[in-house]
Each structure stands twice: as C-alpha cells, then as structure tokens.
Design a protein around this ligand. Structure first.
Ligand code: FFO
Ligand code: ATP
Length: 193
C-alpha cells in the first residue's frame, strides 16, 4: 500500500494536471451533489470548506446554501493545529501561509457543535471511509472532540480519481461515512472498521 505521503504527492500531481480551468467547470456538479446531501439529511446548519482552485469547487454550492437559508460553517486555521468556525457570509480571504480561502467574519463560539453534517476536504479517501488529509492534522484534531452523532455524519468531498480501494490509516484517523465527488455519492463501510 502507498504511504500517506505518496498518496498526497500523487493526488497533488493529478490536481495540477487537471488544472484550475477544468476544475472550475465541476462547480455545478459539486453543487448538485452537496445540495442532494443537505436535502437527504434535511440539514439547516452544516460545515463545509471554501475550496482552493484545485479542490472540488464548493463556491456554487455555498451560493446555493446562502440563497436557501442553509447556514454553512467554514474553517479558519487559528494556530499551527487548531481550526475555528465562522458562518459563511460570502466574504473570503486567503490564509497567508496555507493559501486556502477562509471566512473573514467573527468565529462562532459554538464551533462545530451546531453542525448537522460535516463535509471535509481530503487528498484521498477509501471505500472503508479512511481519509488522508494534507498532513496538518487540523481535521483529525477537530473531529476527535465531535459529539458521537456528528461522527456518523462525516463526508469527504474529493475528485473522482481520489477514491481509492485501500488507504493507510492510523488510530487517530476518524473515518467518514460517505464520499461525495462531482459525479457520485458513495456510502462507506466505516462500521466494519
Ligand atoms: N479549502 C480548504 N480549507 C481548509 C483545509 C483544506 O484542506 N482545504 N484545511 C485542511 O486541513 C485546513 C487548513 N489547513 C491546510 C493544511 C494543508 C493544506 C495543503 O497542504 N493543501 C494541499 C492541496 C490543496 C489543493 O489541492 O489546492 C497543498 O497545498 O498541496 C491545506 C490546508 C482548514 N481549511
Ligand atoms: N487527535 C490528535 N491529537 C494530536 N495530534 C494529532 C491528532 N490527530 C492527528 N495528529 C497529528 O497530526 C499530524 C498529521 O496527521 P495525519 O497525517 O493523519 O493528517 P491528515 O489526516 O492528513 O490531516 P487533516 O486531519 O488535517 O486532514 C500527525 O503528526 C498526527 O500525529
């Protein structure tokens, strides 16, 4: 099996090959998939992320959510290890070091507690729900303290070619229950882990 770092290198290279222009064209499909997820769970408050130009684009979905009264919490890195969460109001700025778009507003002191489901960024995810992030450990730490019912509402959003048959995982990795890509929704078999 590939190591986490080999997986990240491979995915990074594939994302560069795909390029920002082709990636941007996936925004409508991602919106439809995430809209379906929110509707299926009848969620009023969710957590998601503001995508970089190479991640599956979330912008069209965030617009839809704002127009339909769905509150979306977006993460902001506040230290080398911790995230805080802000309700999306459409204003984003780039984190100077991590180069990801982040919300500019006030943090919600309740953090992830109000979320009914969480859509996570990832480098890759496998069919048992093992998720490989970018190695910062930000999400692993945030997920560790989640209430148990929210742990069963974690979804990774990745490109189609980032769904692997098997990926390495460590004890601190929290599995996702579903995978969203621009073209599909897949339930994982995380209960068997
Ligand atoms: N859009 C987004 N926001 C996010 C994350 C993320 O992965 N994506 N994070 C996740 O923890 C947190 C910020 N920490 C991060 C740590 C590492 C990398 C990183 O190494 N990214 C890759 C690939 C990005 C891309 O495909 O554009 C890289 O820079 O090579 C990004 C964010 C919170 N906000
Ligand atoms: N719950 C935790 N508490 C403390 N450290 C942690 C925790 N989870 C992960 N870490 C540390 O964070 C670092 C990155 O972990 P890992 O390689 O699993 O990141 P990742 O899953 O790719 O990142 P992310 O969770 O941000 O998407 C490792 O050094 C790991 O030991």
């Amino acid at each position: 099996m590939l190591t986490k770092w080999e997986v990240r290198d491979e995915v990074r290279a594939r994302r560069r090959m795909r390029g920002a222009e082709s990636t941007a064209r996936l925004a409508g499909q991602v919106r439809d998939q995430l809209e379906g997820l929110v509707t299926r769970f009848d969620a009023r408050t969710i957590a998601c992320f503001a995508a970089t130009p190479l991640e599956p684009p979330t912008g069209a979905f965030l617009d839809w959510a704002r127009e339909h009264g769905v509150r979306v919490l977006l993460p902001r890195a506040v230290s080398a290890t911790a995230l805080e969460w802000c309700v999306d109001d459409g204003t984003l700025r780039e984190h100077p070091r991590l180069r990801v778009p982040e919300p500019a507003g006030l943090a919600d002191p309740a953090g992830l507690d109000r979320a009914e489901l969480v859509v996570l960024p990832a480098a890759a995810v496998d069919r048992t729900g093992a998720r490989v992030g970018w190695g910062g450990g930000y999400y692993d730490r945030a997920l560790e303290v989640l209430r148990p019912d929210l742990r069963r509402r974690l979804f990774a959003l990745v490109h189609d070619d980032e769904v692997f048959d098997a990926l390495p995982h460590e004890p601190h990795d929290v599995p996702v229950v579903g995978i969203v890509t621009p073209t599909m929704y897949l339930e994982t078999h995380s209960e068997s882990r």
